[in-house]
Write a protein that binds this ligand. Structure first.
Ligand SMILES: Cc1cc2nc3c(=O)[nH]c(=O)nc-3n(C[C@H](O)[C@H](O)[C@H](O)COP(=O)(O)OP(=O)(O)OC[C@H]3O[C@@H](n4cnc5c(N)ncnc54)[C@H](O)[C@@H]3O)c2cc1C
Length: 508
């Protein structure tokens, strides 16, 4: 790579059991009769239950009952893997008749406990619905089953010179239906916007089993309420997404990236302004990594990008990506930017490393994308995915660390690291608090509601992109007014009057 300096459980929380929670008391437990019915309407290989004559052991369905972080543990006795929208509809009709709760589950990579059954709900896994229904290489419109894995869809459109409008570290497991249901953001949002813009239509099985077919491939359609928007980010509380129509952009002809080392956090905002002004339309990502997160990634085997001397005066890092249609033009713009950054009277950066090959390009991204997995290897993480003004990113991380110190919880005996990284370009910071010896009530009590109060004082959002799941419904009021929450409840009541669809999630 080109160095610019030289050249230019022990205590794992069980999911809150809600045996006496009114959100679950109206629901029925799955019986042998229910399992027999599911076995009638689905193929035998689509029904997994610890109940009934063909029962499996709880170990056989264990992976459906624990989330990616190992933080939330579910209680589902029954997992169904339908293979068509019609089968989903039949399942939901029966569950509505019998008042059985349903948890839609995609790739189970969500980070807020939304895909886990909290009480006696069944898990409805979309994994067996994974066909591409159509792709138009001229318009770039892709229509796919909800269970298609994001990476498979990227690979499907790549030979046609298209890319998916979203990309995230979990792409190898997360599903397009899960992405839509969480309104996932990720690494391309700065360039291609949110799923509210790129999703053109949805097919949804409503909580009474009706199939709502709005799988439009139209870019423009102003015929009344745009209902699909309600399901984007609904986290499975309004229905089961079974099909997605999405606009895939043309693949950029040239992509470059550069990792910049900054002497202090205060330089991030002016750097963002400079980069945005100078790179204009070719800027596609602007990602922030603090020093603690960078050091952790190196400890976990990622390639060293800067030498010890350079790191002595570095407090944080920014990964900039450009995507455009003219390689020479983009390279020239990037080189001019870097020269101006390094020769400025008051340089905003210490140094930078520009990738010189596809392998180096991938290696810089691997460090950024690998942070979530590296965090997972460090201990048990408390994750706060917040939107706050960019100028306050580092202050929020520091304030949270100070809070833990003041409670005597910072150090190898409790919280070993507090770090921040995220999508600066979108104002989205991921704070990770690593509990070295596992989740513990005193740590959670020190963090919450403290962190939510800090976010509210900055007029931020308690969930920028991960959603609310079962982790944050109680914190919704920090980001939404009572009027908004009342209307959310009315919408939920209209679609799902029996409250069978992912109960206990999103709404307090
Ligand atoms: C390593 C890693 C990196 C990540 N990076 C990002 C990132 O950059 N940006 C980001 O936004 N998120 C990120 N995430 C979080 C997660 O990957 C996303 O939220 C993803 O969109 C979840 O998709 P999934 O298929 O795994 O859904 P699941 O985890 O299975 O479900 C998530 C929620 O959606 C509901 N749901 C799932 N499928 C359906 C369906 N078909 N119909 C109705 N409801 C459904 C579930 O009930 C649940 O409430 C990351 C996670 C990991 C592990």
């Amino acid at each position: 790579m080109l160095s610019l300096c030289r050249v230019v459980r022990p205590l794992a929380f069980r999911a809150r059991r809600c045996a006496h929670n009114p959100a679950f008391s109206h629901l029925n437990t799955v019986t042998e009769e229910d399992v027999a019915h599911f076995s009638n309407i689905l193929a035998p290989s689509s029904v997994f239950s610890t109940i009934g004559s063909n029962s499996v052991s709880s170990n056989d369905i264990a992976t459906y009952n624990v989330d990616w972080m190992g933080k939330y543990y579910g209680k589902a006795t029954t997992v169904l893997r339908p293979r068509s929208t019609a089968e989903v509809s039949e399942i939901v009709k029966w569950c509505a008749k019998r008042k059985i709760g349903i948890v839609p589950q995609g790739g189970n990579t969500g980070l807020v406990g939304g895909s886990i059954s909290l009480d006696k709900e069944i898990v409805l896994s979309l994994g067996a619905m994974s066909k591409v229904r159509s792709f138009d290489p001229v318009s770039g419109i892709l229509v796919a089953d909800a269970g298609c894995i994001l990476q498979s869809l990227s690979e499907y459109v790549a030979p046609h010179n298209h890319i998916m409008p979203l990309d995230l570290g979990a792409k190898g497991s997360c599903q397009i239906g899960g992405n839509v249901s969480t309104n996932a953001g990720g690494l391309r949002l700065l360039r291609y916007g949110t799923l509210h813009g790129t999703v053109l239509g949805l097919e949804v099985v409503l909580p009474d089993g009706t199939i709502l077919d709005q799988l439009s491939t139209l870019r423009k359609d102003n015929t009344g309420y745009d209902m699909k928007q309600l399901f984007i980010g609904a986290e499975g509380t309004l229905g089961v997404v079974t099909g997605v129509s999405i606009l895939t952009p043309p693949a950029p002809q040239a992509s470059h990236n550069v990792m910049l080392a900054l002497p202090r956090y205060d330089n991030v905002l002016p750097l963002f302004q400079t980069v945005r002004r100078q790179l204009g339309e070719i800027l596609s990502s602007f990602e922030y990594i603090d020093r603690t997160a960078y050091d952790m990634a190196i400890d976990h085997g990622h390639s060293r990008i800067f030498n010890e001397e350079e790191l002595k005066s570095t407090q944080c890092f920014v990964l900039v990506e450009t995507s455009g249609s003219n390689k020479e033009h983009d390279e020239q713009k990037l080189t001019e930017l870097l020269e101006s950054l390094l020769t400025a009277a008051k340089p905003l950066i210490v140094t930078g490393t520009l990738s010189q090959s596809a392998a180096q390009f991938a290696s810089l991204w691997a460090l950024r994308e690998g942070l979530t997995e590296a965090v997972q290897k460090e201990g048990k993480p408390y994750k706060y995915d917040i939107s706050v003004p960019i100028a306050d990113f580092q202050r929020v991380v520091d304030v949270l660390r100070d809070q833990l110190k003041s409670r005597g919880l910072y150090g190898d005996h409790a919280v070993s690291k507090v770090m921040g990284y995220g999508h600066v370009g979108d104002g989205n910071l991921h704070i990770n608090v690593i509990a070295k010896h596992g989740y513990a009530p005193e740590i959670e009590q020190a963090l919450e509601p403290f962190i939510y109060e800090v976010v509210a004082s900055l007029n931020g959002s308690v969930s920028a992109e991960h959603g609310l799941g079962s982790m944050k419904p109680h914190a919704l009021h920090y980001s939404k007014s009572n009027v908004s929450i009342d209307w959310m409840r009315k919408i939920k009541g209209t679609f799902d009057p029996l409250n069978i669809m992912n109960p206990g999630k999103v709404l307090p």
